[in-house]
Ligand binder design. Structure first.
Ligand SMILES: *[C@@H]1O[C@H](CO)[C@@H](O)[C@H](O)[C@H]1NC(C)=O
Ligand SMILES: *[C@@H]1O[C@H](CO)[C@@H](O)[C@H](O)[C@H]1NC(C)=O
Length: 289
């Protein structure tokens, strides 16, 4: 299940080079920023004074004041948060831990949920998911990102030609699927698959296009998995978020992508800068990005 770090690097490189900004100078400056950040992470872990400072702040603040209200919107441009009509799309492209991270950081993506789809078994679970595929449900604002753009990210974020698995993960649960709702989405998906196939005739694109059926959210421990294994980032957003907050939060979705280094370069740099700023000021809470 876990993606090895080599594999992960390859995916990241693939993801980044597939984006528009491939200026080597830019990439170098991103990696130096990230190195800088890694040093800072280490510094904060290693420095007892800072750790104690953070612990004191966290323990002094009663949980009621610490419970953070996440804004519904992720962009810094003010919008009406509540009555924006969001759309939903579901993709399967290998491990749902990684899939959630791939889409969570995109501008216009409001919420992500890891889950099971594409099979017939009722109430699948991680250890017995039957004929379902690990999937990610993406809630997005169609005024900021389109189904077509999400399809682009889908294709560039996994190997749709790999048979019976994805990366090091072997099995039918890692198959590649685009779930469509209605004829318009179906034809966009079918066209994009044809384009993908014409890129190389040497191997067959295995991706299935399926009519959207029931999506079963995965168990809480599988939600925002990449973020959860980064105690530093969890601490930055206030320590102990409830499972529900982690699932609903746009900030958690973004940082989940950031933790996996799967954000588009511009967003990755933006979050780096925010975090560096917070560390400089010594105040350990990140409220929005
Ligand atoms: C499918 O599309 C219909 C019509 O556009 C919409 O009302 C419905 O909410 C969509 N279903 C999902 C799960 O997105
Ligand atoms: C986090 O909160 C939950 C309940 O909200 C509690 O059960 C758990 O022990 C807490 N974890 C830590 C590390 O404080």
């Amino acid at each position: 299940m876990p993606i090895s770090s080599d594999m992960h690097q390859t995916f990241c490189a693939h993801f980044r080079t597939s984006k528009k900004s491939t200026d080597p100078k830019l990439l170098i400056s991103i990696s130096s920023l990230q190195m800088n950040l890694t040093e800072r992470r280490n510094a904060i872990f290693l420095s007892p004074t800072i750790s104690i400072f953070i612990l004191i702040i966290i323990s002094l603040a009663p949980y009621s004041t610490l419970s953070i209200r996440f804004p519904d919107q992720i962009s810094e441009i003010p919008k009406e948060p509540s009555n924006r009509p969001l759309k939903t799309v579901i993709f399967a492209l290998g491990s749902f831990w990684r899939s959630e991270a791939v889409f969570g950081c995109l501008d216009g993506v409001v919420r992500t949920t890891a889950g099971y789809a594409g099979g017939s078994k009722l109430n699948p679970e991680y250890r017995s998911l039957g004929d379902h595929a690990e999937s990610v449900q993406i809630e997005y604002d169609p005024r900021s990102i389109s189904f077509r753009q999400l399809l682009e990210v889908f294709w560039t974020s996994h190997d749709s030609r790999q048979v019976f698995g994805q990366g090091p993960d072997v099995g039918n649960q890692y198959r590649s699927i685009i779930f469509t709702n209605g004829t318009e989405e179906y034809s966009l998906a079918a066209q994009s698959k044809e384009r993908e196939q014409t890129r190389s005739k040497m191997s067959v694109v295995t991706t299935q296009i399926q009519q959207l059926g029931t999506f079963y959210p995965a168990e809480p421990e599988h939600q925002k998995f990449e973020l959860k294994r980064n105690p530093f980032l969890l601490q930055l957003i206030g320590g102990n978020l409830s499972a529900e907050e982690l699932e609903r939060s746009s900030l958690a979705a973004k940082l989940n992508g950031y933790a996996a280094e799967l954000c588009p370069p511009r967003m990755q740099r933006h979050i780096d800068a925010k975090i560096n700023d917070i560390l400089r000021k010594g105040w350990p809470i990140l409220r929005e990005v």
